[in-house]
Design a protein around this ligand. Structure first.
Ligand code: MLT
Ligand code: MN
Ligand code: ZN
Length: 306
């Protein structure tokens, strides 16, 4: 399978429109060596096919499609390589790009869990609004690990794993998480025998999550924050990383420690990186620590062949 990173940043993107933290101000002025990034999304297609699956629909999707010829194969007057969309959660940064796909001639094939569907019909009613345009052909993601395929994308199987993370603030269960608010996906390419584990929002490495990461050839997981108190220290929020469903990289029990326990063959990648995270600065000591641990921060337009 071919994985295209469309967007590697967390909600807000990098630089964030209203932010003048060291990273955001520095990438604008050039004082910090860092690459701008759009909001979290990836596209996966089989090696020999143009059609693939969009994972999350970011508010930056139009820019992402414009900057990747992969997504516009131009085989007809109206065309797209997006055979279907799979949502990992119902948050703004992963779901509002659906509005931008409204010009389709047929209902958009969309896979999500029941709690995410509910949030996107009630709290942030994207799916109801799309009903006035192309409509949505919603398919249910089961939480018991039953594999599913997206029609038109043969050989790529998807198996969901419920994660401990957070629903969106407009969800009735923001503070009472239910299974399916957030999922990770095991994505095997059956022909090639290679597997990706993808989890852009991940609050806790439970035994099933660690098993999934260890069994994968590439683990592409939550890279939001470096420290648990990152937003508090910067004066942007009162909330810790863990309390909003994101396991930080540094410190005891952090992502770096967990990734250090993975088998040597597993490629370790971080996605959904918040604009405040010091790993974005390519000259920072935190970035050097990450590199020494063999962990790669994703960048927009990165291509990974598995
Ligand atoms: C998150 O991942 O915590 C959310 O997407 C943040 C946001 O976009 O508001
Ligand atoms: Mn997010
Ligand atoms: Zn910032």
């Amino acid at each position: 399978m071919r994985i295209t990173v469309l967007g590697a940043a967390a909600g807000g993107g990098f630089p964030q429109w209203n932010c003048n933290c060291r990273n955001c101000a520095g990438v604008r002025s050039g004082a910090v060596r860092a690459k701008a990034r759009t909001q979290s999304s990836i596209f996966i297609r089989p090696d020999d096919s143009a059609d693939g699956i969009l994972f999350n629909a970011s508010p930056d999707i139009l820019e992402q499609i414009r900057s990747s010829s992969t997504l516009q194969p131009a085989r007809a007057q109206r065309d797209t390589a997006i055979a279907g969309v799979v949502l990992m959660d119902g948050q703004i940064d992963h779901a509002t790009g659906l509005f931008m796909l409204r010009e389709r001639g047929t209902p958009l094939p969309l896979w999500c869990t029941d709690p995410v569907e509910e949030d996107l019909r009630q709290g942030n009613p994207v799916l109801r609004v799309l009903g006035h345009f192309c409509g949505v052909k919603r398919e249910r993601i089961a939480l018991d690990g039953t594999p599913f395929e997206v029609p038109g994308v043969p050989g790529i199987f998807l198996r969901a794993l419920p994660l401990s993370s957070k629903a969106a603030p407009y969800s009735p269960h923001r503070d009472n998480p239910v299974p399916g608010d957030n999922i990770g996906l095991l994505i095997p390419d059956r022909q090639k025998g290679k597997t990706l584990f993808y989890a852009p929002g991940l609050g806790e490495i439970t035994p099933p999550v660690f098993d999934a990461m260890s069994g994968a050839d590439c683990a592409m997981v939550d890279g939001t924050f470096w420290t648990d108190d990152e937003m508090i220290t910067l004066g942007f929020s009162q909330k810790t990383a863990r309390s909003i469903g994101h396991l930080p990289q540094s410190g005891p029990g952090g992502m770096i420690e967990w990734m250090g326990k993975l088998p040597a063959r597993t490629r370790r990648m971080l996605i959904h990186i918040n604009n405040t995270n010091p790993i974005l600065d390519e000259d920072s000591p935190q970035r050097a620590t990450l590199t020494a641990a063999g962990i790669e921060p994703c960048e927009d337009r990165m291509e990974i062949l598995l």
